[in-house]
Design a protein around this ligand. Structure first.
Ligand code: FBP
Length: 255
């Protein structure tokens, strides 16, 4: 049964002191194995080791990796977030991402929280909202925190990271009940209003294409100063030649 105290306690596992560094690794499905990966980082064990050694606050996998690498994930002792929906980059139609794993399966696999992407502005937005509502209800009944990846996408969206779109994304997460919202960052000066629009929903920022270490650390400082709760990033860490050192530095910056 839903119990706010228990949910908050579980939220703290992935967001101690209200701040977090989440390592995302669902790009193999979303982008395909050639675009983002090399011989090292294509191996989930490489990612689990980065998470373990740098002590990120959580790591995100789809259910297949969570299942096949269960032993190593459990022994890394880093909270697991399972992404419940996904799609490939081969599909070129109006954006839609559907459920691939249930809340109960995620819990059985040891998930501390679950994630779901909604493409607001898509012709299929209502299908994703309907699916999200069921997932969120079940997760909250079990006191499992819900992270909504809210990405504006579709014919009416001119700039998915404009001030309006960032704030619309975070507000959507608040009003649909997500505990954390993950958004893409546009201009840093537009972030404080997006954070305000999120109300009591926590805001984390996606990484995007890799940038140099110094620029990433500077940007992270500004993100935290703007009121966001941290990062949920992938490529910038696991494409780095020294991912563990970088993740440790990011964690320090976010604290
Ligand atoms: P990165 O930090 O590597 O950008 O990952 C963030 C993320 O949200 C991933 O979780 C997801 O796979 C990817 O971006 C999706 O981005 P897009 O839909 O733009 O391809």
């Amino acid at each position: 049964m839903y119990n706010k105290k228990r949910l908050d306690k579980n939220l703290k596992k992935i967001m101690p002191n209200g701040k977090t560094l989440i390592l995302a690794y669902d790009q193999g499905l979303e982008h395909g194995p050639f675009k983002d990966f090399n011989n090292k980082n294509i191996d989930p064990l490489y990612i689990i080791n980065i998470a373990k050694e740098s002590k990120v606050n959580a790591m995100v996998f789809q259910k297949g990796i969570a299942e096949k690498y269960q032993k190593e994930i459990r022994s890394a002792k880093i909270p697991l977030i399972i992404k419940l929906n996904g799609k490939t980059s081969l599909y070129k139609g109006e954006s839609i991402s559907r459920k691939l794993c249930s809340v109960q399966e995620a819990i059985n696999l040891g998930a501390s929280a679950i994630g779901y992407t909604i493409y607001i502005g898509s012709k299929y937005e209502s299908k994703m909202f309907a699916e999200f509502e069921k997932i969120e209800r079940e997760a909250h009944e079990k006191n499992i925190p819900v992270i909504a990846w809210i990405y504006p996408r579709g014919k009416t969206i001119k700039n998915d990271t404009s001030k309006e779109m960032m704030a619309y994304a975070t507000r959507t997460a608040l009003e649909t009940g997500a505990d954390i919202v993950k958004i893409k960052l546009g201009k840093i000066e537009d972030l404080p209003f997006a954070v305000k629009s999120a109300g009591r929903t926590k805001v984390v920022i996606a990484g995007g294409l890799r940038i140099n270490e110094k620029a990433l650390l500077e940007k992270t400082k500004k993100i935290i100063a703007a009121g966001a709760s941290g990062l949920a990033i992938g490529r910038n860490i696991w494409q780095s030649s020294r991912p563990i050192t970088l993740a440790k530095k990011l964690k320090k910056t976010i604290k």
